[in-house]
Design a protein around this ligand. Sequence first.
Ligand SMILES: Nc1ncnc2c1ncn2[C@@H]1O[C@H](COP(=O)(O)OP(=O)(O)OP(=O)(O)O)[C@@H](O)[C@H]1O
Length: 597
Amino acid sequence: MQFGEFADIAAEIEELSADTAITEQVTRLFEGANDDLPVLARFVQGRVFPAWSSRTLDIGPNYCYEAIARAAGTNVSADDVEDRLAEVGDIGEVAASYDFGGQQGLGAFTGGGAGGDSGASGANDLTVAEVADELDALAAAEGSGSQDKKIDVLFALFNRASATEARYLARLVLSEMRIGVGEGTVRDATADAFDVPVEAVERALQVSNDYGEVARVAREEGADGLAALDLELGRPVQAMLAQAGSVADALDDWDEVAVEWKYDGARVQIHYDPEGLAWASETAGSAAADASASDDREVAVFSRNMEDVTDALPEIVEHVEANVDAPAILDGEVVATEDGDPRPFQEVLRRFRRKHDVAQAREEVELDLFAFDCLHAAGDDLLRTPLPERHDRLEGLLGAGASAGEASDDSGGDPSGLSSLWITDDAEEIADIEAEALDAGHEGIMLKNPDSTYSPGRRGKNWLKRKPDVETLDLVVTGAEWGEGRRASFLGTFLLSARVGEGEQFETLGKVATGITDEELADLTELLEPHVREQDGQEVEIAPEVVFEVGYEEIQESPTYSSGYALRFPRFLGVREDKDPENADSLARVERLADQQ
Ligand SMILES: Nc1ncnc2c1ncn2[C@@H]1O[C@H](COP(=O)(O)OP(=O)(O)OP(=O)(O)O)[C@@H](O)[C@H]1O
């Protein structure tokens, strides 16, 4: 297909606003695409490379302005281009505003690829394939003088472009296509153009992460071909994502909840094959130049954006080589630690970006892996497998540690890098796990549906990150209960009250027993014992003297307590030593908060 034809269709799509009309246009584009289909499926979204690829053009906007200026003529400078951009705000419009062509520089004839032998504009002879090849060559330029080479390639393309072609070329190069075509449009258009179920396209996209390849397979092999596409070791897939949610949501929706620590680090997807990553050797042609598919590595590590960060994380590579004993795709979090305690997650991101002196960076910032999921184990794709089974396979791969359903340990993981998973329907146990995670310096907990499969790229309801408490309450302790067993000498459960009026009266609204460590229990007992007024069996009445800060998920109307309200899932956050009962939260505030929910 001529690039001009693509540019005309892009211009038509840009004029449309209805999603259905846009999908129809993209469908027509795909139907008439011939060999260019994979490239068009990317270009129309503004992508030059497949979604799984780490490749970028790696050309700064200034170099692009420079190439446009050179193609526009001797009296135009990169600064002029930038000034015009500041005025109109769209690089496509700026590029389209110049009359390109006929600039006889070296670059006009040395595109570095297929388009070398044609000169002046107006010839309208740029093809989609040529543009793709030239951009491939541009991305491959590296080393000294590479920016000049890149400018030459771009100049040669602009020099042959009509105004409409230049508009979409410039936007493509700077990743600013913005014609209203997203991933969903391409998925639907692929299904419509080649008469395959949209679910089949969706699944194929999830496993391959390659819009071009999926469109080609849909056309040539139909639904069966799509069903045959599988995960490839070495080719990253999109990570499953989470929504904000509460323990109440989780317990209301599922019989049991799978609970994990929410580690404070950065997401990684690790591909491992002791025989060498298959995707690296199977990809031929331009894809072989891909940074993530260029050698016979055993381990590849990808960031949440599917950037290849393998070289920046040698200790993770070594860890996987030492601990994993079969081909695998692991999902997890890398955490920066110092003496076992997590450091701010920005330190991990800094390590991800590090290209030079990696050995020194490794000395400065220690990294630990917590693998919490597994998409492939020893030849089996596990996307359709429920979470606890995936976790069992993960445990099998890492060969040690805690397993699904086991009681809490105190590390949230083990030295092999396996993250712990607890399955429970007990809100108190969940709160304890959260308190441990927070104590260990992590972000909190993830709540996952134990029946859920792995859905790449989805921010669904099956993974909930527990919302931090929006509000906390400062409440007065007016009673307590002695603990049991090894906690028998400590006060354990604390009755909480809200203030009425100036603090002469208090009304109860809940009991808190979670979020408190053994050490804190001892301190709280010492603090409260002098205020005990009366004792009846295990229960004691306490004079209103001490104020607790308490988190909760919800305030419910309830006849159980004298205030007429009850806190759902209250958690102890600390003693407000700076507050007297007279400045504790009032029942009026509790009522207001309950109304606002
Ligand atoms: N046990 C875990 N399971 C899943 N994700 C976890 C876990 N521990 C830490 N995480 C991190 O939490 C993120 C889940 O939240 P979300 O999908 O909303 O990503 P996000 O947008 O990066 O959010 P956030 O900024 O809250 O981390 C994951 O991407 C991952 O990096």
